[in-house]
Design a protein around this ligand. Structure first.
Ligand code: UDP
Length: 238
């Protein structure tokens, strides 16, 4: 096997991706196939941190709406991410991968609290670290949590596994003339309001010079392809 392109990556998986076609809840076949590939990445010598969303259970604004106070609705969203973290951790362990869950909001009977130095030590030992609760603060997204953790652990790249196969000039579902970019700058993503991540997350990765590779999770093997340096999806960089 060739040498991986990246030594340490932060993989962001949206909650919805773990639900498969149902969009809600957990699809264990999907989770299993993602974890099979994460295992291959670890075996290739790549250090893998994972941030997972919670949208398959609850999104603060979308599900709470004006029926709930925003902070509390976001807290529910952060708790939802922990369910996904535990499901991923269990699936990885079933495959013989060592894994630790660290949460930004302490729940020490369930997971370790997030401690940067400890997370890095786990990664160096070849353990996968799954970061729960996003940033730990309301009014943020797990995309921002992913960039924050990527910056903190000095990840070489953020692997943004989505339900689309790249960044397009327009919504490819609505506009047949939409063009897919192989590469694009952060500035252009922000200026053209392209839906890569929310603007807070995009700005944070721009300020910290962390490249983002956006690709489709539909084929989980794509995770390994990106890690090995194959040019798929869209690279967002300076
Ligand atoms: N959330 C939050 N702070 C964070 C990350 C997430 O309050 O730092 C809440 C927010 O309500 C969000 C929900 O958790 O809608 C689930 O996260 P997200 O929408 O990013 O999940 P995804 O769309 O990736 O599944």
């Amino acid at each position: 096997m060739n040498e991986p392109k990246y030594r340490r990556v932060l993989l962001k998986i949206s909650g919805e991706a773990l639900a498969g076609d149902a969009h809600r809840g957990l699809n264990f076949d999907v989770i299993g196939s993602v974890c099979d590939v994460v295992k291959q990445c670890v075996e290739a010598g790549v250090q893998v941190g994972i941030v997972v969303g919670g949208g398959n259970f609850w999104r603060g604004i979308k599900d709470g709406g004006d029926r709930m106070e925003r902070t509390r609705a976001d807290q529910m969203g952060m708790l939802a991410t922990v369910i996904n973290c535990l499901a991923l951790a269990d699936s990885l362990e079933q495959r013989g991968v060592e894994v630790r869950v660290q949460t930004a909001i302490e729940m020490t009977r369930i997971a370790e609290p997030y401690i940067r130095g400890r997370a890095i030590r786990h990664l160096e030992k070849g353990r996968v670290v799954i970061f729960g609760c996003g940033t730990g603060n309301p009014f943020f997204s797990t995309d921002t949590g992913a960039v924050l953790r990527a910056a903190e652990i000095n990840a070489d790249a953020i692997l943004l596994a989505k339900n689309v196969d790249g960044v397009y000039s327009d919504d490819p579902a609505k506009n047949p003339d939409a063009v897919k970019f192989d590469e694009i700058t952060y500035d252009e993503v922000l200026a053209r309001h392209l839906m890569v991540m929310d603007s807070t997350a995009t700005s944070l990765s721009m300020d910290n010079h962390i490249p983002i590779i956006l690709f489709a999770l539909k084929d989980p093997e794509n995770i390994l392809r990106v890690v090995m340096g194959e040019k798929i999806g869209t690279v967002v960089k300076e």
